[in-house]
Design a protein around this ligand. Structure first.
Ligand code: ZN
Length: 429
């Protein structure tokens, strides 16, 4: 900070650039380490009575951790203890503190900020950020906890469209706090609640059943819940149940992506079943259906002329019952249906889908049609509102990155705060 009396601070202070501090000395130690001694320039106000002190009781050197300034340096704070000269004050003396290094802190605020940013914005692992700044993993974690404490209050937001999506964040694992304490099963599933308009992750709950989501929604104020107009979910009956209970006035939309996945699954299952029935074995490289198994799942309009020809060959040579082609057509028809611009159009496409399934009623196509019928009102909401969890999916990609860099969080709380921080940072950007 600029000193009030002498105009400009000294060159070393300007270069070091730590607010409320001036550099007293900078030298190399015997080992060649730069040793920077600083002093606070703040006004020493007594924390008990607020009266400004003018009498130093004693000083001592405290080592503080800081960001590297032109390289790593040893930073020593010549910290003063002051007398409180206010007669009515019960406090005889006090040690000075600053905004950059608050009472009891041993690190500068700018270091804590840099550590949190290294993890949150650059997506580096906590261990890696710790190594780069020559600090402990614990310090990085406490920087993250401090940042998480400043996250915006979810209840102060007024989201109109929510997306709810589950993801598996790691394999099932057991761990215990200490030797002798009971083993705890770590739930590998987490459900994220996202504001579909901003993409911000609002909440993360353990598991993927209705309980967690229901409790999370119930914890929101009534006005908040009433303000939600539509919620996009994947086709899971559990979520639908939770939403009927906690957001009874909200329209529920089913996610297009998940429905298309179910259709793709129907194609794959039909292909596998037919291979067993016709050849009595699993598919092989030499079977056209197996060789083109990924092509079968591609969106028809993205196929090249060569791709389309290969599919025709599959249906012509490797599909004697025509059931594989039927599953593929049902999949494509569902995709067309989901892209409908109006409810009338959606109904027309639904009737075409019903016709296709009627003409080729296999286990897979019938099941797909049943799902479509069971989720029809949610599909209608999807078509009318366009509320889809695509943004949740985008977030899940970021989540997967966090998962990868974290290499399996032991503590779900750490994982959760990491996701919320990253999402809040991305939303602000
Ligand atoms: Zn005092």
């Amino acid at each position: 900070m600029v000193e009030p009396t002498s105009g400009q601070p000294c060159a070393a202070t300007v270069i070091f650039n730590l607010p409320e501090y001036r550099v007293l000395a900078a030298a190399y130690s015997a080992l060649g380490v730069r040793r920077i001694t600083v002093e606070s320039t703040g006004v020493p106000g007594c924390p008990a009575c607020g009266v400004v002190s003018e009498r130093v009781k004693d000083t001592r050197l405290q080592r503080i951790r800081d960001i590297p300034v032109a390289g790593v340096a040893l930073v020593l704070w010549r910290k003063r203890r002051w007398f409180c000269d206010e007669p009515a004050c019960p406090r005889g003396s006090f040690t000075e503190a600053t905004d950059e290094v608050p009472r009891r802190a041993r690190s500068t605020r700018r270091l804590m900020r840099a550590l949190a940013e290294a993890v949150v914005l650059s997506g580096r692992a906590a261990v890696e950020a710790a190594r780069a700044h020559a600090v402990s993993w614990w310090l990085v974690q406490s920087a993250l906890d401090a940042a998480a404490a400043t996250l915006p209050d979810v209840d102060a937001l007024a989201p109109k469209r929510l997306g709810i999506d589950e993801h598996r964040y790691r394999s099932v694992r057991w761990y215990r706090e200490a030797e002798g304490s009971p083993w705890v099963r770590v739930e590998p599933w987490m459900t994220t609640v996202v504001d579909l308009d901003t993409g911000q992750v609002l909440g993360i709950v353990d598991g993927r059943d209705s309980t967690g989501v229901g409790e999370w929604l119930f914890a929101r104020p009534l006005a908040w819940r009433l303000g939600v107009e539509v919620v996009a979910i994947d086709p899971s009956a559990a979520f639908r149940k939770a939403l009927r209970m906690w957001l009874p006035r909200t329209a529920v939309s089913v996610d297009a992506f998940h429905l298309v996945s179910l259709a793709n699954q129907a194609v794959t299952e039909a292909r596998q079943r037919l291979s067993q029935e016709i050849r009595g074995r699993r598919g092989r490289t030499t079977d056209p259906g197996w060789a083109n198994r990924r092509l079968l799942l591609r969106a028809a309009e993205t196929l090249s002329e060569r791709g389309r020809k290969r599919l025709r060959d599959v249906f012509g040579t490797d599909d004697p019952t025509g059931q594989l082609q039927a599953a593929w057509e049902a999949k494509e028809q569902l995709r067309t249906l989901l892209a409908s611009g109006s409810l009338e159009e959606a109904w027309d496409h639904r009737r075409i889908l019903e016709g296709l399934v009627e003409a080729a009623p296999t286990v897979e196509t019938k099941r797909l049609l049943r799902t479509v019928k069971r989720w029809w009102s949610e599909i209608e909401v999807l078509i009318t509102t366009g509320a889809t969890t695509a943004k949740v999916e985008a977030n899940n990609t970021a989540v997967k990155n966090i998962k990868r860099t974290g290499r399996g969080f032991r503590n779900p709380d750490n994982y959760r705060s990491r996701i919320l921080l990253r999402s809040a940072a991305q939303t602000a950007a």
